[in-house]
Ligand binder design. Sequence first.
Ligand SMILES: N[C@@H](CCC[C@H](N)C(=O)O)C(=O)O
Length: 261
Amino acid sequence: MSYRFLKGHGTENDFVVLPDADGMVHGDLSAERVRALCDRRAGIGGDGVLRAVRQDDGWFMDYRNADGSVSEMCGNGVRVFARYLHEHEGEPFPIVVQTRGGTKVVTPADSGYTVDMGSPAVLGETEVGVDGRSWPARHVSMGNPHAVAFVDDLADAGSLLAAPDHDPAVYPEGVNVEFVVRRGERHVAMRVHERGSGETRSCGTGACAVMVATALADGAPRGTSYVVDVPGGSLEITWTHDDRVLMTGPAELVAEGETDL
Ligand SMILES: N[C@@H](CCC[C@H](N)C(=O)O)C(=O)O
């Protein structure tokens, strides 16, 4: 059976969008099917899948990582998802998106879309490691788990072909690991190894976790904005006076078609 898909990305974190308004097309999306869709040689290719299901309280973003695993949230994905809902489902802004990590509200902005990502949870210190080297890291939850480590050089993180070492007692469900360097005043750059997808060109929730960890390290007052560079572009992030993280960045839809994968 063939079905409709779209392909999109936010700062080159790329996704297969599966329209499934009534939840009837895909039913219980299997991990095997997600892996087939995300396969960059035999499939459409993507860091993850965004299945769009209409609910009584808005649209549900059913997010899956490329390996088929489920995650609570995807920050770049939610901007792409909102653009899809606006342009293809006629949803007016502000767009309310339900996720496993809570309700997110997306509005248009000069440089793309702004997402109210909610309040971060700062959960203490931990450690991450690559190739026998280790760094202290801050444990931040943006609905999904992150470990943020400051390094001298982004190359210190090595090839990132394998998941960085981390404490399984702190992260029993795995973790997204961000490596960060400073670029200037209120400006950092990061690489990320995503749980379930490997190294990606960007991670929206990761950039928010990085901003929170950096603002805490800097003693920056609430309301300060940071630019977070990722390999696929830049995101602007503000931690507001009322403890919400606002992320602004682009979202692109680049292709649409039918697949029988
Ligand atoms: N790329 C996403 C995060 C996707 C989920 C993550 N890999 C996890 O397992 O938590 C983003 O832009 O936030």
